[in-house]
Design a protein around this ligand. Structure first.
Ligand code: 13P
Length: 335
């Protein structure tokens, strides 16, 4: 079968040793991240920060694509180039988060639904024309007493599938992201059961909406112990549970699975990815699509100070390189 343009882009995003930089923080999220280091949340600081990240020398060795937020799509480097064009020139594929965030799901206390389908067809056409080649939509699933419910899982899966179908229609590779949150004191077995259930629902919905599996990527969380669980699974246990769960639920036609970091420390996110990528007979390519686990050391080094840009770039390059090695299963600890 002839490989389509979208299938080629999906494969390029998970080329060996390369993964994604998620820099698609919405206005409230970037305000929160900046707030942790007392960085004023101004349009210029948001521009300067993304400029710093994207123009890091050598970043493309580890980063195949960058997920942008709407505001960032229209911003420019200090030298005056639009960010999507700058990334493309540096060998990184620009993508865009197109969901409008999670809100309370009516009738389902404690559960969320993701907004953003209104006028999505028109927005996708506009983003593609402005240089985006892939999209992302995130659904969140909480684990708790009686949660998640079947109703919330089904509603989120259906929206992910409608988003993915519209993206492919627009000539954009959808990154389908159901995130099972780490919050809670549950054991890793519970996370595995919930993630399995969610992925089963997502792939059933994708099939129902005629989404072409070869032309999409899955972004999901690793199977982990709840953040407050007194017994934390080892990297080897995380890798075994994650691989078992994904093998049972993700068709081999999907070219790649990329993980979010979801609040894990940067080092843990790398070590666990490395453990997963040491498995040698996976049907899909596995890599990273980290936000915090790539950015936090850079943000901490920068803190909004112009004199610290070089140190911040070095911090990002280091984490990107660690994750490049991890995606190849060759990370050997701090280097
Ligand atoms: P984190 O890696 O910080 O979880 O962010 C990834 C992401 O894109 C979440 O939607």
């Amino acid at each position: 079968m002839k490989k389509t343009e979208l299938a080629s882009i999906a494969q390029a995003l998970v080329a060996p040793g390369r993964g994604l930089l998620a820099a698609d923080e919405s206005f409230p999220t970037i305000a929160k991240r900046f707030g942790e280091y007392a960085i004023p949340d101004t349009e210029e600081n948001r521009r300067a920060y993304r400029d710093l990240l994207f123009t890091t020398p050598g970043l493309a060795a580890a980063i195949s694509g960058v997920i942008l937020f709407d505001e960032t799509m229209g911003q420019r480097t200090k030298a005056g180039e639009l960010f999507p064009a700058e990334l493309t020139a540096r060998g990184m594929i620009p993508g865009i988060k197109v969901d409008a965030g999670a809100v309370d799901l009516a009738g389902f206390p404690g559960e969320k639904i993701t907004q953003g389908l209104d006028k999505l067809r028109e927005r996708l056409a506009d983003y593609r024309q402005r240089g985006a080649r892939f999209t992302k939509w995130r659904a969140v699933v909480a684990i708790g007493r009686g949660l998640p419910t079947d109703g919330a899982v089904a509603a989120n899966a259906q929206l992910l599938a409608l988003f993915a179908a519209l993206s492919q229609e627009a000539g954009l590779v959808p990154i389908v992201e159901p995130e099972v949150l780490m919050d809670g004191n549950h054991a890793i077995e519970r996370c595995e059961a919930v993630t399995t259930r969610v992925l089963e629902a997502v792939f059933a919905a994708l099939a129902g909406q005629r989404v072409v599996l070869e032309e999409m990527l899955l972004k999901t969380g690793m199977v982990l112990s709840g953040a407050d669980c007194p017994v934390q699974a080892t990297a080897a246990q995380v890798a075994a549970a994650t691989i078992r769960c994904l093998r049972r639920t993700v068709p081999a036609a999907v070219p790649g699975i990329v993980f979010l970091s979801g609040g894990q420390s940067d080092e843990k996110a790398t070590v666990r990815l490395n453990a997963i990528c040491q498995a040698d007979d996976l049907p899909w390519t596995v890599s990273f699509s980290y936000g915090r686990a790539l950015q936090t050391p850079a943000l901490k080094a920068w803190k909004g100070r112009p004199g610290r840009v070089a140190a911040a770039k070095a911090a990002l390059r280091h984490r990107a390189q660690c994750n490049r090695l991890a995606a190849l299963g060759k990370y050997r600890g701090r280097s």
